[in-house]
Design a protein around this ligand. Sequence first.
Ligand SMILES: Nc1ncnc2c1ncn2[C@@H]1O[C@H](COP(=O)(O)OP(=O)(O)OP(=O)(O)O)[C@@H](O)[C@H]1O
Ligand SMILES: [Mg+2]
Length: 315
Amino acid sequence: MIRIRDLKKHFRLRHNPLARLRGHHDHIIKAVDGVSFELKEGEVLGLVGESGCGKTTLAKTVLRLHWPTDGNVLYRGRDIFSMERHEVKALRRDMQVVFQDSNSTLDPRMNAERLLEEPLLLHRIGDRRDRQRAVASMLDKVKLSPAFLTRHAAELSGGQRQRLSIARALIIEPRLLIADEPLAGLDPVVSTQLLNLMLSLKKEMGLTYLLISHDLQTVSYASDRVMVMYKGRVVETIGGDRFESGSVHPYTRFLMNTGPTASGTSNGDVHRHVPPPETSCAFQGKCPHATALCRKASPVLREVAPGHMVACHLV
Ligand SMILES: Nc1ncnc2c1ncn2[C@@H]1O[C@H](COP(=O)(O)OP(=O)(O)OP(=O)(O)O)[C@@H](O)[C@H]1O
Ligand SMILES: [Mg+2]
């Protein structure tokens, strides 16, 4: 369904003129730095990695909300960055996104009914009666009672707000849902319910998911494949069921040992984003197994077993 080839998204942080006069160069943040992967129809692909590794930037580039620095994204065989206007419109319908903080994405002045009707209006789908029917049916699908139609985002709990966001994303019947930390901030029971709801909706509506989360357990439970990112690159991709026992990249193992909270907290080193020299492994500075080769050459992602890709000199 989607094929991503050597995708790069670099941000240039400009210094103020005075700093420039003093000879400071603009700082380049390589948020996504040469990522390639495929997302198959009907698949749940999980994406993990610590804060700042480029997950959201990758998602936004795939959604065509960022223009890439290099590389391309093929959606059903078409490069999304060279699409005609009508194709972009269709793409906007096919790809939907749910972000973590639905509090800021749901207009506080609108009630649930209007929030759900809005995407249908935007995409000119159906007449008033069709839309009412679609709204009622979608609300039911996300297990919210009709009483919620008149409520506003502020009157909902975090879990209910997220259900509404999911309903808003799915009401126009997309093919792909990108969920960026959809469960963050929810308590474990609500989070599990929401994840299971998402998975059953996926089946029911024939969707494909890109699921981004800090929580490794959630991701490996829900995903057919898990992709691990470190400093803008994919370091390992492995089947969800094999993730815990079969993953081998030293960074993946590090993430597992530090647990979801540690990987979720910001890590000063990552945030400073000291760009690793192109000629070494990005993880070598922290890797307990690093050798001279790791300091000399950047490892490429290669298949070590069917469906298992690793970028590490030592594997
Ligand atoms: N619009 C932007 N301009 C400049 N830098 C940016 C921009 N967006 C992201 N970045 C930087 O790119 C890097 C990757 O950010 P990104 O938000 O993609 O990470 P993430 O993996 O989603 O992190 P988190 O888990 O905290 O959501 C970070 O260093 C971030 O500061
Ligand atoms: Mg993010």
